[in-house]
Design a protein around this ligand. Structure first.
Ligand code: NAP
Length: 281
């Protein structure tokens, strides 16, 4: 069966379509070198029609595993023999491991990355701090909401441009999630301890999202999953409204650390050098 370590050392990678934008090769190759593990982490551009064949073959070529990104995250579940509870609940996987017996194990590290980044940046955050307002109802929102509910949050207010998508998410996650029209953001924001942007608004080339409302509770946390060279407009306007802010880069690095540990059995350190390297790329 697969997974032999050849001359090339261990192999891992990230599959997406397109894949040119991914920062994962930079992160994982930094850690492979830092921990003296001989091997490579490579970007793999794979069309949806070829995805199943490719993931069935990579183990035979010596790959320990791959990260999976847009548009394959949902498709992974049907092709994997073992699906973690997290991935099943989120209905998407972003980390696959190819076992020596030929089976594929699927997991989702986004929730882990989201939570580790939150408590590291705001150590006094607790589920009891109050409800959260989540903007967006895509794959990232499912990971964030599942994590916040698992942490014990009593209530999550969910808004999305397409309200039907938010309602589907609520039907899946349960009635601690309350769905509102997106136009209600300005008054909902006054009632919460945490506001999370899980939409792609704020990414390069996309429209921006301003932090909603001005008269907010002292200590409100604004968390943007979008990451880039500088703080997003969402975080800049949140800081001006008096919020404590959390950027998406830490989430990216923590979810990557989870994957690295899943494949290589080492939970790698997120060093200031790595943060600079990825932040300035
Ligand atoms: P997705 O499943 O495609 O969902 C996209 C979400 O953005 C949907 O709620 C969509 O609303 C909303 N949206 C897109 N364009 C919009 C616009 N012009 N106006 C209003 N709403 C808009 O994507 P995803 O996988 O959830 O990812 C979302 C974002 O999270 C991306 O920026 C991604 O890079 C980021 N992310 C970051 C990390 C990290 O580690 N930091 C991890 C995962 C994801 P509709 O439903 O109405 O279309």
């Amino acid at each position: 069966m697969g997974n032999k370590v050849g001359e090339q050392g261990v192999l891992a990678g990230v599959i997406g379509y397109p894949i040119g934008h991914s920062k994962s090769p930079l992160i994982h190759n930094y850690w492979l070198e830092k921990y003296g593990i001989k091997g490579h982490y490579v970007p793999l551009e794979v069309r949806p029609s070829d995805f199943r064949t490719v993931i069935r073959t990579l183990g035979l070529m010596g790959f320990r595993g791959v990260n999976v990104t847009i548009p394959h995250k949902e498709a992974t579940l049907q092709y994997s023999e073992h699906v973690s509870d997290n991935a099943a609940m989120i209905r998407a996987a972003n980390t696959l491991a190819f076992r020596a017996n030929g089976t594929i194990h699927a997991d989702n590290s986004d929730g882990y990355g989201f939570h580790r980044n939150l408590v590291e940046t705001i150590p006094d955050w607790k589920a009891e701090s109050g409800p959260a307002l989540v903007v967006g109802a895509g794959g990232a929102a499912r990971a964030v909401i599942h994590t916040l509910l698992s942490e014990g949050l009593p209530e999550i207010y969910l808004v999305n441009r397409t309200i039907e998508r938010a309602e589907l998410l609520r039907n899946h996650m349960g009635n601690r999630v309350k769905v509102y029209q997106i136009s209600r953001m300005n008054d909902l924001v006054k009632k919460v301890a945490l506001v999370v942007n899980t939409t792609s608004m704020g990414m390069a080339g996309k429209p921006t999202l301003r932090f909603p409302g001005r008269r907010i509770k002292k200590g409100t946390i604004a968390y943007d999953l979008v990451y880039g060279h500088r703080p997003t407009v969402f975080l800049e306007t949140a800081a001006r409204s008096g919020c404590r802010t959390v950027g998406g880069l830490g989430m990216l690095l923590h979810q990557a650390a989870y994957s690295f540990n899943f494949w290589f059995g080492v939970l790698p350190e997120i060093t200031p050098e790595l943060i600079n390297l990825v932040g300035n790329e």
